[in-house]
Design a protein around this ligand. Sequence first.
Ligand code: ADP
Ligand code: MG
Length: 271
Amino acid sequence: MATLEMKDLVVSVEGNTILHGINLIVNGGETHAIMGPNGTGKSTLAQIIMGHPKYKIESGEILLDGVNINDMPVDERSRKGIFLAMQNPVEVPGVTNFDFVKTAVTSRLPKEKHLRIGKFILEFEDSAKELKMGSGLAHRFLNQGFSGGEKKRNEILQMKLLKPSIAFLDEIDSGLDVDALRIVGENVTSMKSPQLGMVLITHYQRLLDYIVPDFVHIMIKGNIVKTGGKELIEKIDSSGYDWLKEELGISDFEEKKVQYSLGTCATKSIK
Ligand code: ADP
Ligand code: MG
C-alpha cells in the first residue's frame, strides 16, 4: 500500500507562485476528490506530483512512502507507481497507441522480467472493450484525431494496464457525454482497491455520482481551504463556492465572484 504525502508544498510556474502550501496525504485504498474554480491550481498540483519540468517546487516536500521525490524524474515516478490522467492528453503522431502503452508497461517491469506479449494483447483488448472503445484503436497514433471523450477513455485504458498505486485523474469527466461518463466512472470504480490511492480532480458533481470519494477537498487560490465528505459535493453543486466566502472570510472573494462562479466560467469558456 503506497502513501503519497504533500507537505507545505509551494509551487510556481514561470515565476508565478500558484500553490501556496498544500498539505495532503493520500493512502492506498482512499479516493480523494479535489474541487475548485478554474485557474485555482488543481492541474498544477497534478503536474508537480508527476514531475512536469515546467513547474517548480519553491518549498515543501512530496513524499512517496516517506521518501522525498521532489527531484525524481517523471519516468522514475511512473516506475514507482504514480500515474496522471492528463486534463489535456497530448497527441503523438507516429507512435501507435498500443506501442505507447506496451513500452510504458515494459519499462515498469523489473529488469529480469519480460512482457508476455500474448497475455498483454488480450488484456489490452479486454480493457478497450470494457471502456467501449472502438476496434482498431490499438493501431491508431496516440490520441491523434481522437475525440475529447476518446482521449479521456484512452487515459483510463492506460491506467488499467499500468496499474498504478497512486493515480491523479485531472478532469477525466470533461468532454464526456452521459453514457461515456458512466462507462469511465464504472471502470475507475472497478479499479478501486487497497493497492490504489486516487485523487479525482473535477469541477462537477456528476463524476462523483459514479466514483464516490472518501474525502472531498476544496481548493481556492492555490490552497486547500476545506476538507470534508460527500456532503460538500452537493453543497458546491447547489451553491457554487460563494458560501465559503463568509465561512472563511476570504477578503477579495467578492470581487472575484464572477471569475469563481462555475456557471460564468463555463459560459466564458475560461480554460
Ligand atoms: P486549474 O486546474 O485549477 O484550473 P491550473 O493549475 O491549470 O488551474 O492553473 C492555475 C494558474 O496557474 C492559472 O492562473 C494559470 O494561468 C497558471 N498556469 C498554469 N499552467 C501554467 C503554465 N504552464 N504557464 C504559466 N501559467 C500557468
Ligand atoms: Mg485544470
